[in-house]
Design a protein around this ligand. Structure first.
Ligand code: ADP
Ligand code: MG
Length: 415
């Protein structure tokens, strides 16, 4: 009996192993092919392990295959589920089990049934999904074993020790429920992280809006003045032409400010590409210009050509704007913001520096941790989001700061 428990624990360990990898697999969720492949791999390895170390009770062998099948029905889609079904049959054959065709036919109705019902339970709440997992797992066990033993005319085998057998079914149903519950937690955490990034972006968009409105007022005021001047009938044609050109230039400027702002506010398509860092830093400094002017900060740039990094350009913009915004906010009395892009032997370094209030070593160590903010209306999420984005691009951030002197962010991308 003790040996049975040991074997069951070993099986539970095999079944739980995909959960360790699931948070990483979730990161590929918007690449369905890769997501399906990874999910299949971890489920298949776990399946082969649990089938190879099955528990024997009264001539029947028990393992956790139905838990893994259940998980694939709920999360992995029809293609991966069918592939897992074939893997199961092949593995059963390879392990030397008899009647493989018969077994494949016995299991098939459950596979078809739950794949047909897939859409139904995919949209239900986490609680109901957990409950459904326990039901599906139990149902697969009953349907398959009765069909299989029925075909063989050996149904009595099941009734030899029904209590033990039901006990194993219960353990498996609970394992399936626990598995799905943990998958749901991982999913929720993943969605929450995405939401934080999106809500921080909206915060930037709304923070910058006031300064954009302010920035547009200047060209509008000058256009108004020149139109008034144009109303003067005695104006020589040359002057008239000159005023008209100024009006057009100013309107173009206002239009550019608005279209830059609108690109920032647009939802991101998320694509990984080769990013020209000079181009992006120029765009970001353009976006920050209104906010900087509003806060008496001068933006300077020293950018080298042909510096590249791999990643999502919109996300990088968001990271740099977050950092740039912090830098501007660190100079309440005005100052200088410098973006310097340099190529080094090992790659590219983008330095964002300010002449602001600076930070103590303790403050620097808290930077990037959630909800750390010294501002009245701060969210304390900006640097966390930025650091996350840069890390995802395989970049590194080093911070140097001195109280009352200023701060330097060094963002390093390896070549
Ligand atoms: P928030 O800007 O909403 O406060 P962040 O995560 O963007 O949140 O920044 C966290 C904190 O880090 C800020 O409140 C500020 O105290 C500090 N900080 C960030 N960048 C600088 C900087 N360049 N100079 C001084 N302090 C900074
Ligand atoms: Mg911030």
């Amino acid at each position: 009996m003790l040996n049975d428990y040991k074997d069951f624990l070993l099986n539970m360990f095999f079944v739980a192993s995909p959960l360790v990898f699931y948070p990483y697999i979730l990161k590929t969720k918007n690449k369905p092919l890769l997501y399906g492949l990874f999910l299949y791999l971890v489920l298949a390895v776990s399946l082969i392990c649990t089938m190879s170390f099955s528990v024997q009770i009264e001539g029947l062998s028990y393992d956790f295959r139905s838990v893994l099948l259940t998980v694939s029905f709920i999360y992995a889609g029809p293609f991966v589920s069918l592939l897992l079904y074939f893997t199961l049959i092949v593995c059963r054959f390879a392990l030397g089990n008899p009647n493989n065709l018969l077994y494949a036919v016995s299991l098939l109705p459950s596979v078809i049934l739950f794949l047909l019902l897939r859409k139904h339970y995919a949209s239900v709440s986490a609680k109901r999904k957990t409950f459904s997992a326990a039901l599906i797992c139990t149902f697969i066990k009953f349907l398959t074993i009765f069909a299989y033993l029925g075909f063989l005319g050996d149904l009595v085998l099941w009734f030899k020790s029904p209590l033990d057998t039901l006990g194993t079914y219960l353990v498996q149903a609970l394992t399936a429920a626990a598995f799905v519950c943990l998958m749901e937690l991982a999913n929720k955490y993943f969605v929450m992280q995405e939401e934080i990034v999106a809500s921080e972006k909206m915060k930037i968009v709304s923070d910058i809006a006031a300064s954009v409105a302010h920035e547009i007022r200047n060209p509008l005021t000058s256009v108004r003045g020149f139109i008034q001047l144009l109303g003067n009938g005695d104006l020589p044609l040359q002057r008239r032409e000159y005023y008209r050109n100024i009006c057009l230039d100013e309107l173009d400027r206002a239009q550019n400010i608005i279209s830059d702002y609108l690109t920032l506010a647009k939802p991101d398509p998320e694509v990984v590409e080769r990013i020209d860092l000079k181009e992006e830093v120029e765009y970001v400094s353009q976006i920050l210009l209104a906010y900087a002017n509003y806060n008496n900060v001068v933006i300077q740039t020293q950018l080298c050509d042909e510096a590249y990094a791999e990643g999502d350009r919109h996300k990088l913009r968001q990271a740099l704007i977050n950092i740039g915004k912090n830098v501007i906010e660190a100079m309440p009395g005005g100052g200088q913001l410098l973006f310097a892009l340099k190529k080094t032997n090992g790659g590219v370094v983008l330095t964002v520096s300010d002449t602001g209030v600076g930070m103590t070593p303790e403050q620097i160590s808290r930077l990037g941790t959630p909800y750390y903010s010294t501002k009245e209306k701060g969210t304390g999420l900006g640097t966390m989001v930025s650091f996350g984005i840069i890390k995802k691009m395989h970049g590194k951030i080093e911070i140097k700061s001195e109280l009352g002197v200023g701060t330097e962010y060094h963002i390093i991308f390896a070549a």
